[in-house]
Ligand binder design. Structure first.
Ligand code: C2E
Ligand code: MG
Ligand code: MG
Ligand code: MG
Length: 292
């Protein structure tokens, strides 16, 4: 069937199976081709110094630009790719892309920033996982120190021994390790007894509630305090408002990420941000209040 029929088929399935089932079905059957058809894209979101707006790093976030469906978010296809194992190929693809882009930035004389890449726990199950990463980094002849590997707490808590060994090897090679989505699930730093980490990224739901929920507020304060004593960088995600920014600045939080600074953007747009070296929080236009 040709692409032209796509919209009609969509109508049929949307009433029959439900739109989500149909979308899942499309993702399952077409994700194989996404890499070879050049439909995957890397977007970058700046990680910014909260005091002087300097761009410190970028998080690489994958997008699937589907010819019929438009942009499909990773939240929709990554879980399915984890289920059918395609995450292994996708993971290698994005790491290559990131190494290539980073090497270009250095060549163009753009600021030498870090780049963080999300890794799923499924990738850790791959045979030769560590060696394959090292091979890709060497292939592009880049300093492994530029790379931050983002993993969720579940990687360390569930898959334990194998993962911890892998993380140790990667760290000794020079790659930094970040705990992503901190606060979403376990919110314990007990794993620090078995593996050293370089960065903790506080989940956006925590940041959303930090000003209204006393418990969240206290937990964030305590985590920031603990991290400082342990020499771990704390990076809040999902900073959307000035109030949140002021609050985090007051806690002496060094770096952060969020729509207030920038959404994840395509490579060309990110290079413009990088050329400036700074990324200012966007002043949100408030509707002027009319005099009574
Ligand atoms: P994540 O690693 O926690 O990435 C941060 C997510 O928060 C991104 O969603 C980003 O666009 C979003 N975000 C950033 N700032 C804000 C904000 O101020 N407000 C709100 N509401 N959201 C914000 P995105 O790009 O849709 O990615 C979703 C998840 O998909 C990521 O969550 C990550 O776990 C996963 N993912 C993305 N790319 C990859 C990849 O290459 N490999 C793997 N394994 N997972 C990936
Ligand atoms: Mg992340
Ligand atoms: Mg993540
Ligand atoms: Mg996160």
């Amino acid at each position: 069937r040709g692409r032209k029929e796509g919209k009609n088929r969509f109508k049929f399935y949307s009433s029959d199976l439900g739109i989500q089932n149909y979308k899942d079905y499309i993702i399952r059957t077409q994700l194989h081709h996404a890499i070879e058809n050049n439909e995957l894209k890397v977007y970058y979101q700046p990680m910014v110094n909260l005091k002087d707006n300097k761009v410190l790093a970028a998080e690489a976030l994958i997008r699937w630009e589907h010819p019929e469906w438009g942009t499909i978010s990773p939240g929709e296809f990554i879980p399915l790719a984890e289920e059918n194992g395609l995450i292994i190929d996708i993971g290698k693809w994005i790491l290559r892309e990131v190494c290539y882009n980073y090497s270009q930035w250095i060549q163009k004389g753009l600021p030498d920033i870090k780049v963080s890449v999300n890794f799923s726990s499924v990738q850790f199950l791959e045979k030769n996982f560590v060696d394959n990463i090292i091979d890709i980094i060497n292939e592009f002849n880049v300093n492994p120190n530029f790379l931050i590997m983002e993993v969720t707490e579940s990687v360390i808590v569930e898959k334990n021994r194998k993962c911890i060994l892998a993380l140790k090897k990667l760290r000794s090679f020079g790659i930094q390790v970040a705990i992503d989505d901190f606060g979403k699930s376990f919110s314990s730093l007990a794993y620090l007894n078995s593996v050293n980490i370089d960065m903790i990224k506080i989940d956006k739901f925590f940041i959303k509630n930090c000003l209204t929920n006393k418990t969240t507020n206290v937990i964030i304060g305590a985590v920031i305090d603990a991290a400082k004593k342990l020499n771990i960088n704390i990076v809040p995600e999902g900073i959307e408002t000035w109030e949140q920014l002021y609050y985090l600045r007051d806690l002496n939080c060094y770096a952060g990420q969020g729509y207030l600074y920038s959404k994840p953007v395509p490579l060309e747009d990110f290079e413009k941000i990088l050329a400036k070296g700074k990324c200012k929080p966007v002043i949100i236009n408030r509707t002027p209040v009319m005099p009574q």
